[in-house]
Design a binder for this molecule. Structure first.
Ligand SMILES: NC(=O)c1ccc[n+]([C@@H]2O[C@H](COP(=O)([O-])OP(=O)(O)OC[C@H]3O[C@@H](n4cnc5c(N)ncnc54)[C@H](OP(=O)(O)O)[C@@H]3O)[C@@H](O)[C@H]2O)c1
Length: 308
């Protein structure tokens, strides 16, 4: 038996099923995997799909930027309810104003365990969790770097916000999604997960770790009606875009791409120009790293001031 055939005995995917409220002909629940003969066949089989129509979503960091874009597109696509969460209730007024009947504001600092549990208790009907909130690291540039930092304390906050907290939320919500007939978890990553941007080392580390965390969740939910998606985000026009960067997609374009890909059954989603960026890294990783290091010394990447 060749290696791919052997692996096929281990690698399994759920058969075609659309999760959540829009149900395919085969029903809401993703069925148990069948024995495809080869890995190629297993990969080629349709995976779990999720459509936004009639879903109930919870979006972290939804007061602005990418998160706000998700709320707008979810509402436009017929979501039944969107829990718009943010660290301060006052900052959620504008997102609630989008549709006061369907947008429910919740205070949620994702690093706060009591607030995570309170949000899960307040939102029992969720079928879609979007882990969007992220912390880019200290405004003091040196604290984002391994050698220059006075301690690793800020880096640990970055890891907590961008990797452990989404994992904790996933752990809280997976049983809910299953109880609600199926659903999806979306972890917003970054092209920064594919290389170290030395100006934001801690951010790159956290996103790379979150990518593996997402793959672990996907494996653990393979037999459940839960679609777990990693979104590799490229450039979106938010406060977090590097100063001087041109182009970029709008948050609404980004969210639309992601939701289209989920409906098509994709779980590794490259959005907002990320595909060509990652292709460039993969084509010549050493040349890419050289360019990044040279820029670090001559013209370092910065982002606009932010308050954390
Ligand atoms: N923009 C891009 O080009 C780009 C590229 C790659 C990946 N991404 C990813 O896209 C996601 C959103 O980023 P963005 O561009 O929209 O940036 P942003 O405008 O800076 O928004 C970040 C959001 O995260 C929230 N947040 C930070 N720490 C939090 C915490 N502890 N608890 C709860 N919320 C917290 C912020 O809330 P406050 O308003 O309270 O600070 C804000 O709502 C992030 O995961 C980011 O890594 C963005």
């Amino acid at each position: 038996m060749n290696r791919r055939r052997l692996l096929a005995g281990l690698a399994t995917t759920a058969s075609a099923a659309t999760l959540g409220n829009a149900v395919s002909a085969s029903g809401a629940a993703a069925t148990a995997p069948g024995g495809a003969a080869t890995v190629d066949e297993a990969i080629a089989r349709p995976g779990k799909r999720f459509v936004a129509q009639d879903c109930t979503a919870l979006v972290t960091g939804s007061n602005r930027g990418v998160g706000l874009g998700f709320v707008e597109v979810l509402l436009a696509r017929g979501a039944r309810r969107v829990y718009a969460t943010g660290r301060r209730m006052k900052n959620l007024e504008a997102v609630v104003a989008l549709d006061p009947k369907r947008v429910v504001p919740l205070v949620l600092d994702v690093t706060n365990d009591a607030q995570r549990r309170a949000a899960a208790a307040a939102a029992p009907d969720v079928t879609l969790l979007i882990n969007n909130a992220a912390y880019p690291g200290s405004e003091t540039a040196s604290e984002r770097r391994f050698r220059a930092a006075s301690s690793l304390d800020d880096m640990k906050v970055v890891m907590d916000t961008n990797c452990w907290s989404p994992a904790e939320l996933a752990r809280l919500f997976i049983p809910r999604l299953i109880a609600n007939g199926g659903g999806a978890i979306v972890n917003i990553l970054s092209v920064g997960a594919f290389f170290c941007l030395p100006e934001f080392s801690s951010y790159s580390v956290s996103k790379a770790a979150a990518a593996i965390m997402t793959a672990g969740l996907r494996a653990e939910t393979d037999r459940d009606p839960v679609q777990v998606c990693a979104v590799v985000t490229g450039g979106v026009q938010t406060r977090a875009m590097p100063v001087g960067a041109k182009g970029g997609f709008t948050p609404v374009q980004h969210a639309s791409e992601v939701l289209d890909a989920m409906a098509a059954g994709e779980t590794e989603i490259y959005a907002a120009g990320a595909r060509s960026f990652v292709d460039r890294i993969r084509a010549d990783p050493k040349a890419f790293e050289r360019t990044v290091i040279d820029r670090f010394y001559t013209n370092p990447v910065t982002i606009a001031p932010y308050d954390h």
